[in-house]
Design a binder for this molecule. Structure first.
Ligand code: ATP
Length: 605
């Protein structure tokens, strides 16, 4: 067998190894279900045996009526018990299947949340959710197939072969098993070959889905550039790949079906020929001929399933492989073992000679060294791309530093549990993304256990309460996908409100007021200053007027601190900060440009 087939066999074993412990947790249910399964199969096999008995009895005249009547009653009882046992098995297994699917999907989901920001920025959400969704349905499909189709079929084949060997000459068993082996070998071989088309189809499907999600999420950007046709073409190129893969998959599926039917037809013909010969020679009764026939028909049904089962199981396994790849994705930012809780003794934040690069090539922070004393405010300013937001990401431990150390109250961030660290830090980010839910839900997200009064209080503090109350549905208003129904400023105020609700020891405002107009900004600045009181605060700002009160201001340039001090000291130093300040003051003082005379005349007749 080829190396790829071996690799996929190893993958299959690995998948079962992951599923079995969860299934085995319900071992009593599983064992009961398996006993019911054996009972069902014994009853199924018993039906043709009774039928043979009945025919042989009728064949020997005269027959008292009581014998066939008894046989008929037993026949009816067996038929009924086949169905009843099967349904009981379904009831017993239902919980095992549903729970296993739930537990493993939840494990993958939690793992996805434990993965680093780097992983999430690199992967497209549409692709991940599709893998998760497919994997979730595949778990129950796989167990379903195993417990309801594969195991019963194997058991039935074994029982029928044993009866054929015991009762008749070995040729019957040889033909049956020969047909079976040929069928299985052909199916496995063809399905292995076909799997590449299925995988191609899966990949094209994921790609198409990720493309459409990305495109629809960027609805406004698409409109800004009139790129609807371009987006449709991009989507269609993934759809075309999907179409090609689907056609190939269907064509080869038909080939497989034809081959399988041929093998079964040959096997059946040979068996009926041997049985007819036996009856003619007087070695077999008419009842035997009917029994062999009934067995053959009974075997043919699960045999025709076998192809489908193998195909579907392979498909399901490839879905599960993709889901387990997510589960195997290494967690980059790890908790130490054991993970002590971060203990806040005032909230001193310290960056000591920190070097950092996102990709190992381009240095983003260089030898950054500063302390924010407990309860004080440090502002970081600088040109775009200087590395300001990166400081916030390191403090939140989205990434680990390459060299140096970041600590809170003397505790290295790498040596405490991330959970306890993040509980103590509140972030108002540059771009706020909201959940597609109500305004109330989005604010309360800061502390889901908060009371309604507390939610309203922080909404007031963030100057968003009046706006919310002015809406027809008030706090129950839905904010739309990613909060798109709100303006940038409104979203930012919601973000401020929910961070205020979290009430952490350390605050990070990453250009928290950049989307607000000057008047609202000064209102909120006051609130932020109030919120920051007693909290250690890191403020990242573009507009210098918002940080003049900071206890210390750092000027960052290409990842290096080039100046530091208070607003007054930095102005007096007449360096980079003073230059930036003068520039911004001049911009603020410049009156808004008058409309161009030609433009205003344009509308005149
Ligand atoms: N996830 C990432 N992977 C690779 N490079 C990144 C990543 N995030 C940011 N960068 C790069 O790191 C540099 C610093 O980014 P950062 O967001 O810290 O800048 P900033 O000073 O906050 O800029 P701005 O004022 O525009 O927000 C930039 O050059 C940016 O392109």
């Amino acid at each position: 067998m080829s190396a790829t087939a071996n690799a996929s066999n190893a993958g299959t074993i690995a998948i079962f190894r992951r599923l079995l412990p969860t299934v085995w947790f319900y071992r009593w249910r599983v064992l009961l279900g398996l006993s019911l399964l054996v009972g069902t199969k014994l009853a199924t096999i018993g039906v043709p045996l009774l039928l043979k008995q009945l025919i042989d009895t009728l064949d020997h005249k005269p027959t008292p009526l009581t014998v066939p009547a008894l046989l008929l009653m037993a026949y009816g009882a067996l038929r009924l018990s086949t169905s009843v046992l099967q349904e009981l098995r379904g009831i017993v297994f239902a919980r095992v299947l549903a729970r296993t699917s739930r537990e493993i999907t939840l494990r993958v989901f939690s793992h996805l949340h434990a993965l680093s920001l780097r992983f999430h920025l690199d992967r497209r959400t549409g692709g991940i959710t599709r893998d998760l969704e497919r994997g979730m349905s595949s778990i129950s499909e796989l167990l379903d197939t195993m417990l309801y189709l594969v195991l019963p079929t194997v058991l039935e084949v074994v029982l029928i072969s044993a009866i054929l060997i015991g009762r008749y000459d070995t040729s019957f068993a040889v033909i049956t098993l020969g047909t079976l082996v040929a069928y299985v070998a052909f199916t496995v071989h063809m399905t292995e070959w076909r799997l590449r088309y299925y995988r191609a189809m899966n990949e094209a499907n994921t790609e198409a889905n990720a493309n459409s999600v990305d495109s629809l999420l960027n609805y406004e950007t698409v409109k800004y550039f009139n790129n609807e046709r371009y987006e449709a073409q991009r989507f269609d190129s993934s759809l075309r790949e999907l179409e090609e893969a689907a056609v190939k998959s269907l064509k080869t599926l038909s080939l497989l079906g034809i081959g399988q039917a041929a093998i079964v037809a040959i096997g059946l013909t040979l068996l009926v020929w041997r049985a007819t010969e036996g009856v003619i020679a007087g070695r077999m009764t008419l009842g035997d001929l009917v029994l062999v026939n009934a067995f053959l028909i009974q075997l043919a049904a699960p045999l025709s399933y076998l192809g489908m089962i193998y195909r579907e199981t392979k498909q399901t396994l490839s879905n599960l492989e993709r889901m387990f790849v997510l589960l195997d994705e290494p967690i980059e930012v790890r908790d130490p073992v054991p993970a002590p809780e971060l203990v806040i003794r005032g909230g001193e934040v310290k960056f000591e000679r920190v070097w950092f690069s996102y990709d190992g090539k381009r240095q983003v922070l260089r030898d950054v060294d500063f302390v924010i004393a407990p309860g004080k405010t440090l502002a970081v300013v600088g040109t775009t791309g200087a590395g300001k937001s990166t400081l916030a990401r390191l403090l939140y431990r989205y990434y680990d530093v390459d060299a140096g150390r970041v600590s809170i109250d003397g505790q290295d961030l790498r040596e405490v549990g991330q959970d306890s660290l993040r509980t103590q830090i509140g972030v108002v980010p540059q771009d706020t993304v909201l959940f597609n839910d109500s305004l109330y839900y989005n604010i309360a997200y800061g502390r889901p256990s908060a009371s309604r009064e507390e939610v309203v209080a922080v909404a007031r503090a963030a100057h968003v309460h009046d706006f919310i109350e002015s809406l027809p549905q008030g706090y129950d208003t839905n904010v739309g996908e990613r909060g798109l129904k709100l303006s940038g400023g409104e979203k930012q105020r919601i973000a401020i409100a929910r961070t205020l609700l979290k009430d952490p020891a350390i605050l990070i405002f990453d250009e928290a007021t950049s989307a607000l107009d000057t008047q609202t900004e000064s209102g909120i600045q006051l609130e932020l200053r109030n919120a920051a009181r007693g909290h250690t605060t890191l403020v990242i700002a573009h507009r210098l007027s918002t940080v003049i009160d900071a206890d210390e201001i750092l000027v960052l340039d290409h990842g290096r601190i080039v100046e530091r001090g208070t607003h007054t000291a930095l102005l007096a130093a007449r360096g980079r900060y003073a230059m930036l300040w003068t520039m911004q003051q001049r911009q603020d003082d410049t009156p808004a440009p008058q409309s161009h005379p030609n433009r205003s005349e344009k509308g005149q007749p």
